[in-house]
Design a binder for this molecule. Structure first.
Ligand code: HEM
Length: 313
């Protein structure tokens, strides 16, 4: 049971091994991921010259295990996304409400990254199905990264995270046939909706033109949840975040969306890429809806219920 040392110890490792500079040795050595120097990672241990590979060969197992795990699994939801870098500039200070510099100091250019997504389809699915669009922003502030995750609809399907896997299983492809992809027009989704009356508000939004946007540059974004701002006196104010596209909200009609789907699977990704490349940078205004605990107490429902919105006066 010998490992052949025929192969080249200088090869780069890629899967499983590490090339390490050994102290004093002066030349790189091939090691396992735990740092054990090995002569090669090209020949497995066998029971006899032509015998079966042996499980005790931890180098083989490490290399194969590493290889089996080198793909990051696709996200269950929001797998299909397109993003862009940009910046955020505050025009009106919220210093009165928060100590966060990004919402206090006006005129500062804060780098951001935005990722738009569909929810139900896989990473390789089309851009134009009727679906909620994700609108996730990462602010790279000098105080740390701030993620503001949103959708293009101000409410959500459910009130309890416990139901999220059931909602997502219902909207994803039916399990016995693997279709339809990226679409809510099928039985398991409508079974779920029929059994969960709290979905009705979001369903009304989801069945509107809003879920067949003309362009990612023309969608709104909503943080949905109420967040809390705290100022330097420790006083708290609730806040909801709304993004409004400077190009206005625009949608396709269903017939257009269906035609685009057959003509260009990457319709929204292409539109965003080409607009940015041409220097037609999309822009949004960020608005806040601020309210106090006393105002929240006046509402006939809990403002933490994601199926409700707070009407604008
Ligand atoms: C019970 C409520 C919810 C649960 C349990 C939930 C769960 C998840 C999970 C598991 C992911 C995938 C994360 C990943 O694999 O990287 C995700 C992504 C996402 N969710 Fe939710 N979600 C909920 C509600 C919401 C709401 C209300 C919004 C809108 C404000 C939202 C917007 C998004 C977006 C935009 C992404 C993709 C983020 C990105 O592009 O990186 N979700 N969610």
């Amino acid at each position: 049971m010998k490992r052949s040392s025929k192969s080249n110890p200088d090869q780069t490792t890629g899967q499983g091994g590490e090339l390490q500079q050994q102290a004093g040795a002066g030349h790189p050595q091939l090691t396992t991921q735990q740092g054990i120097v090995i002569p090669d990672n090209q020949n497995s241990l066998r029971a006899g010259a032509r015998g079966p590979s042996l499980l005790e060969d931890f180098i083989l197992r490490e290399k194969i295990t590493h290889f089996d795990h080198e793909r990051i699994p696709e996200r269950i939801v929001h797998a299909r996304g397109s993003g862009a870098h940009g910046h955020f500039v505050l025009s009106k200070s919220l210093k009165k409400y928060t100590t966060a510099k990004v919402l206090g100091e006006t005129g500062v250019k804060v780098p951001v990254f935005v990722r738009f997504s569909t929810v139900a389809g896989g990473a390789g699915s089309v851009d134009t199905p009727r679906d909620v669009r994700g609108f996730a922003i990462k602010f790279y502030t000098e105080e740390g990264n701030w993620d503001l995750v949103g959708n293009n609809i101000p409410v959500f399907f459910i009130q309890d995270a416990m139901k999220f896997p059931d909602l997502v299983h219902a909207v994803k492809m039916e399990p016995d046939r693997g279709f339809p992809q990226a679409a809510s027009a099928h039985d398991t989704f409508w079974d779920f909706v029929s059994l969960m009356p709290e979905t009705m508000h979001m369903v009304m939004w989801a069945m509107s033109d809003r879920t067949i946007p003309r362009s990612l540059r023309m969608i709104e974004g909503f943080g949905v949840h109420s967040f809390r701002l705290i100022n330097d006196k420790g006083e708290s104010t609730f806040v909801k975040f709304h993004w409004r596209p400077q190009l206005g909200i625009q949608s396709n009609v269903w017939d257009e969306a269906a035609k685009l789907q057959s003509a260009d699977n990457d319709y929204h990704r292409r539109d965003l890429f080409e607009a940015v490349e041409a220097g037609n940078f999309p822009a949004w205004d960020l608005f806040v809806q601020l309210f106090t605990q006393e105002q929240a107490d006046q509402l006939p429902y809990d403002h933490l219920d994601a199926t409700k919105l707070i009407p604008k006066r």
